[in-house]
Design a protein around this ligand. Structure first.
Ligand code: PGA
Length: 259
């Protein structure tokens, strides 16, 4: 079954992760991005911006009538309750989000999030009607020890719920050592890891796994986007620093504009 799934056409996704950056005035960056998207050619990718939760509603309003979707960066597994300071997937949906990032390495490191918690968050995202962007990636020490593929497979099997489908779930491969450092793996390294992710997804989910988007993240910028996005099994990007400025983010999206 699974291994015979044919490779489908996958529409890429370029997603910006603003992390803990942005104030109300940052809506001008979204407006700038929308202007560039309206003027330039139509990109062969979906475009998503994930601001801090405080800006989801504002940016959703700003994005109305544009090609930009709005998402969030984390959610609690529960729908509501006594969890001071947390935000549920239902609240994010209510504020205008269509996607939520779960299991980003900064959450795994800063908040000790485990694969099991990430899995529960992905299920919470679906419960609320959000697409879950599930992040995985090896640390530099794991990479140096030759454990990259082992770590990736184990994070995938631990963080992805059984019921994942191509419509409800996006994978983001982000080598931890490449995030915010300006360093990126070679295209050959990215190809190897993405092929391993694809194989694991197809093995577990069959045709759904063959159709799931696998984003690359970690120091993607306008100057390296075209090369990274051309790697087999790379179906878009998760972009941190370079998503904060409309010009840079549009420069990355341009990798998907013909001409
Ligand atoms: P970066 O971050 O593009 O700033 O490296 C990527 C991410 O953490 O999603």
């Amino acid at each position: 079954m699974a291994a015979t799934a044919k490779a489908p056409r996958i529409k890429a996704l370029v997603a910006g992760n603003w992390k803990m950056n942005g104030l109300k005035a940052s809506k001008k960056e979204l407006a700038g991005l929308a202007r560039r998207l309206a003027k330039g050619g139509r990109p062969a990718c979906d475009v998503l911006v994930c601001p801090p939760a405080t800006l989801v509603s504002l940016l959703k309003d700003e994005a109305r009538g544009t090609r930009i979707a709005i998402g969030a960066q984390d959610c609690h597994a529960a729908a509501s309750g006594a969890h001071t300071g947390d935000i549920s997937a239902e609240m994010l949906k209510d504020a205008g989000a269509g996607f939520v990032i779960v299991g980003h390495s900064e959450r795994r490191a800063d908040h000790g999030e485990t694969d099991a918690q990430v899995r529960a968050k992905a299920e919470a995202a679906w419960r609320a009607g959000l697409v879950a962007i599930v992040c995985i990636g090896e640390t530099e020490a794991q990479r140096d020890a030759g454990e990259t593929l082992k770590v990736i497979r184990s994070q995938l099997s631990g963080s992805l719920p059984k019921a994942a489908t191509a419509k409800t779930t996006v994978i983001a491969y982000e080598p931890v050592w490449a995030i915010g450092t300006g360093r990126t793996p070679t295209s050959a390294d990215v190809a190897k890891v993405h092929a391993a992710i694809r194989a694991a997804l197809v093995k577990r989910y069959g045709a759904e796994g063959a159709a799931m988007r696998i984003l690359y993240g970690g120091s993607v910028k306008p100057s390296n986007a075209a090369e990274l996005m051309a790697v087999p099994n790379v179906n878009g990007a998760l972009v941190g620093g370079a998503s904060l400025k409309a010009e840079d983010f549009y420069g990355i999206i341009s990798a998907y504009i013909k001409g």
